[in-house]
Design a protein around this ligand. Sequence first.
Ligand code: UD1
Length: 367
Amino acid sequence: MIPQRIACIVGARPNFMKVAPVYQALAQRGLDVRLVHTGQHYDEKMSAVFFDDLGMPRPDSFLGVGSGSHAEQTARVMTGFDADCVQHQPDLVLVAGDVNSTIACALVAAKRGIAVGHIEAGLRSRDWSMPEEINRILTDQCSDLLLTPSPDGDENLLAEGVPAWRIRCVGNCMIDSLRAHLPAALALATPQGMGLVPKDYAVATLHRPSNVDDPSQLAALLTALGQVSMKLPVVFPIHPRTRARIEQAGLHVAPGIQLCEPLGYLQFLGLMAQARLVLTDSGGIQEETTALAVPCLTLRANTERPITVTQGSNILLGADPDAIEPAVVSILQGHGTSGRVPDLWDGHAAQRIADIVCAGFRTLLEG
Ligand code: UD1
C-alpha cells in the first residue's frame, strides 16, 4: 500500500537541508505530503532563511514550540504534533537526524500506530552524554523504516537487533541539497563580500553543549582560535547559544576572529566550499566538508559519522584546545587530506527514498 498522507517533520536548522530534497521528491511524484515545522528553531537566521534558500514552501503546520529545557521542548513538540496527527491523519511520518523534534514526533507517531521513517538512521557516537545520541537511538527504535546514509549505519542497526528488511542504505540527503545548491552558493561570492580571499581563510563553528556550556572549555577554544587567526583569518558565524555563553561568561574574542551572525544556507555553503579549512563541532559540517573535499578538524572526542574520517576529509581532533594550532599548521603545510566522497553521496538519496515510499511502504514492512 502506498501511503496516502505523509508528514515530513522539520524543527531545527540541520533538518531543513535533509528534508527539503525528500519533500520535493515526494511532491513531484504526486503524493499528498505535508511539511510540519515544530518551531524548535525560530530565529529568522536559524529557520526562515533556509526555507528561502532551499526553495521550500511555507510549512503546512507550524507548532511554534520555541526553546526550553529538553523535557519542556520535547513535550511541547509531542503535544503539538499529536494534535496535528489527529487533525490530518498521516499514515507515514518522516523524521530526520537527531534533534529533539525528531524523537518527539517519532514517539507520537509510534504511539498512534502511524508508520515512521527515519532519515539519517543508524549513526552512533557511543557517547550517551550527547542529547543527540539519545535521540538517535530512541528514534531508530520507534522507526519502521530506517534510511541510512552509509553502511556503518546499517551495521550499527543490525548489531542492535533491527531486522535487515527494515533498513535501506539510501545515501546522504544533506549532500543532495549541497549538490543542488552549490552553483548558486558559489555565485554569491560570500568570502569576497566579507573581505576574505578564497582558499586563504578558516571557518569555525561551535555550539555543542560540551564545548560551549563550560566557560573554561569555551575560553580555551576561543584562545586557540585566536592563535589560528594569527596564521590565517578565521570567520566564525556564531550560534545564538554560543553567543549567549560568551556574553554570560564575559569572554574575550581575539580581533583576528571575524564574528558574524548565523549565515543562511547558500552563504554558509559558499563560505565553506572556498575555505582553506574548517574547524567545527557540528555533525553535518563534517559531511559537507567531506563532499566538498575541504579539510575539516572536528573539535569533539567522538563522531557519529566515522566515514568522514575513514574516507573523507575529516580529522577527529578531540576536545583538547591545545591540539588545534598544531593541526592547523599541519594542514597549512599541505598535510591535510581531501579524501574521497563516500558511495551514494551522489545527490540522489531523496529519489531513492521516494522510490521506496512509492514501491509501497507497508508491503515493504510486511517483508
Ligand atoms: C539543536 C540540536 C543540535 C543541533 C543544533 C543545530 C537538540 C537536542 N539539539 O541544538 O543537535 O546540532 O540544534 O543548531 O535538538 N536559540 C535561539 N534561536 C533559535 C534557536 C535557539 O536563540 O532559533 C537559542 C536559545 O537560547 C536556546 C538555545 O539557542 O535555548 C539552544 O537551542 P536548542 O534548540 O535547545 O538547541 P541547539 O543548541 O540549537
